[in-house]
Design a protein around this ligand. Structure first.
Ligand code: PAF
Length: 290
């Protein structure tokens, strides 16, 4: 496995792989790799011949009061996991290389970033779409894999790729959960045992929405309130939002449609967590991983 820090090295390795007829896959990450990331790597490896994992804690997607400086950076562990997973190349750029002095070009969507997470984190998605565009320009993958866990993020990235005609297939992989339902997140390490127990209320509120909708309840306003109440009834949990929205526009729905997405965000202790569940009204099965 090659571990490189410069654009030139990435381009050279990718060009060689492509010259050998290989199909290039990319998994952009901020490191602190867990089983959720590794499921993206696995999926990417099945679809492509040469897998590039990028590890870069991107400062422009953190707000002024967010956890940039304490964000976990266990690089050696991450590299070991990539090696074990058969990754071909890990790209770990430094901040000045990604954002040189005088940097002033951002990629920004008009409407999608303003909803949900964007209300709480106004500059977050501008940072995400800018760095993902840069990584796409550097790696030039045929396929890139993202997790459904960050539902709004993958929606924006798919929209950006479509709108800007980027020749990249975006694959969205199911959320990986602990046995008790907690969605894997690099931020889970901040949770105390007690907070972790309370954090289960995010997934419980999504299941509540799914169960009530599948049972024929059409009162989405009432369901949203019940989701917020359920989360708030747990110690350490301050709910931010609970919504049931259109799967593409993320606009809040007035009444159920065949396929919709329930999304929640809450602060648990000091840690902000998000989760979501796609609800397919005609599927009898209770979705777990999606
Ligand atoms: O999902 C993440 O880890 C990040 O937002 C991403 C896509 C790697 C961009 O920094």
């Amino acid at each position: 496995m090659q571990v490189v820090e410069t654009v030139k090295e990435v381009r050279k390795a990718v060009a060689e792989a492509r010259a050998g007829g290989e199909w290039i896959g990319c998994v952009p990450t901020m490191g602190a790799l867990h089983a959720g990331h590794m499921s993206l790597v696995e999926d990417c490896s099945e679809r492509t011949d040469f897998v590039v994992v990028t590890i870069f804690v991107n400062p422009t997607q953190f707000g002024p009061n967010e956890d940039l400086s304490k964000y976990p950076r266990p690089l050696e562990d991450d590299l070991e996991k990539c090696r074990e997973a058969g990754v071909d190349l890990v790209y770990t750029p430094e901040v000045p290389a990604m954002y040189p002095e005088g940097f002033e070009t951002y990629v920004k969507l008009e409407h999608l970033p303003k909803r949900l997470e964007g209300e709480h984190r106004p500059t977050h998605f501008r940072g995400v779409t800018t760095i993902v565009t840069k990584l796409f320009n550097i790696v030039q993958p045929d396929v890139a894999c993202f997790g459904q866990k960050d539902y709004q993020q993958q929606t924006l990235i798919r929209r950006m790729v479509r709108d800007l005609d980027m020749p990249i297939e975006i694959v969205v992989c199911p959320t990986v959960r602990e046995a008790d339902g907690l969605a894997l997140s690099s931020r889970n390490i901040y949770l105390s045992d007690d907070e972790r127990r309370s954090a289960l209320s995010l997934y419980a509120s999504l299941q509540l929405a799914q169960d009530r909708i599948k049972a024929g309840d059409t009162d989405l306003t009432g369901i949203r309130q019940a989701m917020l109440d359920l989360m708030a009834s747990h110690s350490h949990v301050t709910p931010d939002y609970a919504t049931i929205a259109d799967v593409d526009s993320l606009e809040s729905l007035d009444s159920p449609v065949p396929r919709m997405v329930a999304l929640v965000a809450a602060t648990v202790g000091q840690t902000r967590l998000i989760d979501n569940l796609v609800i397919d009204i005609h599927s009898r099965r209770r979705t777990h991983g999606a």
